[in-house]
Unconditional design. Structure first.
Length: 320
């Protein structure tokens, strides 16, 4: 019998847990487990989780000091015993047929990684096009290799809420790898890309991951934490170059890295005055790092617009 373990990192997520865990409890299939990592919450999250675990032996709760999302997920993955694992963030939910449809897809395809659709705006007043609708993904969409999957994450044509073979996750999304960055935030985006790279076979699934759009989340609010996206993009570029990926993918990484720099540069004035200088220093540092790693011989094989953009940036940097 195929079972799927959902892993959930929780930091001060008390107000969301009835929705997220409730979506598992109401599944049409009972073949699931849930491992929750309380990542040093200061609200009542731990007691809520322990109450759920006391009433359902499929739920396991682990408490640790705050170490960030990536390490919390890695700890949860290390405790998983089922053949497949899936991510469920504490403020999101799963469609009620998620486990059933994922299990059917696993049996039919035996794929290393299975991608569900994503519905945006869970519990919100406004609904948005689903992920598959936004990126025009249908049953004809195929991912033929790990490198191709990696390419689809720059930017995120395929998302990071995967269901994936446990042995792949435990080999690569482990505590040592998750601890290899000083960043507590956004490093999961590097690790998700690494996971896709190390998979060989992929399948789509009709189930839905239900994503809550929260204006207060790290990905949508402006704080110094947002600038962890830069060292994360740097690791993505290093991985791309280490694995000698196709030139078009490497150029896409250059562009995504540069777009991240520009986006964060535009947010500096929205930060508190006492951290603006630090934010500027981070941007300056990673601008230089990116320009030192860009291969202009490879850019010659891309678009003229991209080549000119980086040539101008290189000249301006040299003149400063």
């Amino acid at each position: 019998m195929i079972k799927i373990t959902a892993i959930m990192s929780v930091y001060n997520g008390q107000k969301y847990l009835n929705d997220s865990i409730g979506s598992l409890l109401r599944q049409t299939s009972p073949n699931w487990r849930l491992i929750c990592i309380d990542d040093g919450s200061t609200d009542n999250s731990l007691s809520v989780l322990q109450n759920y675990a006391a009433h359902d032996d499929r739920i396991e709760v682990i408490h640790q000091e705050n170490r960030g999302l990536s390490i919390a997920r890695a700890v949860a993955f290390s405790h998983a015993k089922t053949d497949y694992v899936s991510i469920l963030d504490c403020d999101d939910a799963l469609s009620l047929d998620y486990i059933e449809k994922m299990t059917e897809t696993i049996v039919q395809t035996k794929a290393d990684a299975i991608l569900s659709n994503v519905e945006y705006g869970y519990k919100g007043k406004q609904k948005y096009p689903t992920h598959f609708e936004q990126y025009h993904i249908d049953h004809n969409f195929k991912i033929r290799s790990g490198i191709e999957a990696f390419g689809y994450t720059v930017p995120w044509k395929i998302h990071g809420w995967f269901c994936i073979r446990r042995d792949v996750v435990q080999k690569y999304y482990n505590i040592a790898e998750a601890s290899s960055s000083p960043c507590k935030h956004f490093f999961d985006e590097y690790l998700a890309r690494l996971m896709y790279l190390k998979c060989n076979t992929f399948a789509l699934c009709g189930a839905c991951y239900e994503y809550r759009l929260d204006e207060g989340s790290i990905t949508r609010s402006v704080s110094l934490k947002s600038f962890d996206a830069l060292p994360t993009m740097n690791r993505v570029l290093e991985l791309c170059q280490k694995e000698s990926m196709p030139v078009d993918i490497e150029i896409n990484v250059y562009n995504e890295y540069w777009a991240t720099l520009l986006r964060l540069k535009s947010k500096v004035k929205l930060l508190p005055c006492d951290v603006q200088d630090k934010a500027k220093a981070i941007i300056e540092e990673y601008s230089k790092v990116l320009l030192s790693k860009v291969s202009f011989s490879k850019l010659l094989r891309g678009s003229k617009r991209t080549l000119i953009k980086f040539l101008i940036a290189k000249i301006v940097s040299a003149c400063q």
